[in-house]
Design a protein around this ligand. Structure first.
Ligand code: SF4
Length: 363
């Protein structure tokens, strides 16, 4: 760790970048005292830096480490667990999270986690899902504005209109949706299990919401007819088949793996299509020399930290909503016990069922 000590002298105050509570934001008051990079923190976090040294430059670690140290201490005092999605940045994913994974893995863990408090490092619908499955726990999201273009593409009222238009047709909804929409749903799915969920219903037609491209991918894998909605992920819809062909033309040895939220012309160029969990398994098992992960950029960094022998090509499309979650905001959430996720009990009761059906299906 000598190189680290030289990078930023111990005792350097680390500036806090963002205020967190509504009152603090309104008045521009910083919520945290500056945190110092000290020899004690350097020692206490050395084992964590060893996990991320291939993806976080040594010069940056002194800015992260004081927060990592404070968060890991405070979460024990609060009896809190931190759930982090695969799209969270490496200092969150590898250094403060207790449970990591895709939406399905996080939903399942939220249901059985033994803690008083859940801090959801992801976007708002994920925190809602945790609250639905653990109603007795306090669920915090470090930034309540962390939304999702898919979740905001549809409302409960839209689903009620669709059900009027297609009476008796069951509704399958991607977990990337609000509690309001889940309350109108028969069963949820994730990108890991969407085909299995659709086929589990034993019908020849379903309403599939809200991701059009995931729906098209599922339709290509099953005989069940899907009625689709035109919701899109603003990260995955930006990729193009032309862009991927250019990468492959530049280096024919590259392997391309893509998330099914991508448009069809992108999936047509991919060697493998799968959810974030399936993509991670694929890379860890296959160990390609060079891989292009067509998904949110931080996931490649998180996997690279574990398989440094694989060369990741990163067309860096970041999710602006996921990136609202930062170490200072996580610490602030634990200090102030905010922002708490609250769901109308009448909606929660109905929204919980389709998630529980999905989880039971996997079991
Ligand atoms: S990556 Fe796409 S689907 Fe995921 S939270 Fe961001 S906008 Fe939503």
């Amino acid at each position: 760790m000598g190189a680290l000590s030289n990078a930023v002298p111990v005792g350097t105050p680390i500036p806090v970048m963002e205020a967190s509570t509504p009152v603090q934001r309104r008045y521009g008051v910083l919520p945290m005292p500056s945190l110092e990079w000290t020899p004690e923190i350097e020692r206490a976090t050395a084992h964590l830096y060893a996990k991320v040294k291939d993806v976080i430059p040594a010069v940056e670690w002194p800015f992260f480490a004081p927060y990592v140290h404070a968060i890991n201490r405070l979460k024990k005092e609060r009896n809190a667990v931190i759930l982090a999605h695969n799209y969270q940045t490496p200092e969150i994913f590898h250094c403060v999270a207790d449970v990591v994974g895709d939406s399905l893995q996080l939903a399942r863990e939220a249901a059985k986690v033994d803690a008083d408090v859940i801090v959801q490092c992801g976007v708002h619908f994920m925190a809602e899902t945790s609250k639905l499955l653990s109603p007795e726990k306090t669920v915090l999201i470090p930034d309540a504005k962390a939304g999702c273009s898919l979740a905001s593409s549809i409302t409960g009222a839209d689903v009620r209109l669709l059900k009027q238009r297609y009476p008796g047709v069951p509704v399958v909804t991607y977990v990337n949706s609000s509690a309001d929409v889940k309350a109108e749903t028969d069963i949820c799915c994730t990108s890991s299990n969407a085909v299995k969920v659709v086929e589990s219903l034993g019908v020849d037609r379903v309403i599939f919401l809200p991701d059009e491209y995931l729906g098209k991918y599922v339709a290509s894998q099953t005989k069940v007819k899907l009625i689709l909605w035109k919701g899109h992920c603003e990260v995955h819809e930006r990729f193009t088949g032309e862009e991927l062909r250019a990468y492959r033309d530049a280096d024919p040895s590259i392997e391309i793996i893509a998330h099914p939220e991508c448009p069809p012309d992108v999936l047509a160029e991919a060697d493998f299509t799968g959810s974030t969990a399936h993509m991670i398994d694929w890379v860890k098992t296959r160990r390609p020399a060079k891989v292009l992960m067509v998904t949110e950029c931080s996931m490649a960094s998180n996997v690279q930290a574990e398989v440094p022998d694989v060369n990741f090509i990163k067309p860096c499309n970041l999710c602006p909503h996921m990136k609202r979650i930062t170490l200072p905001k996580i610490l602030s959430a634990l200090v102030n016990m905010s922002e708490e996720v609250v769901i109308d009990p009448a909606i929660a009761e109905r929204a919980r069922l389709p998630i529980e059906r999905m989880i039971a299906l996997r079991a």
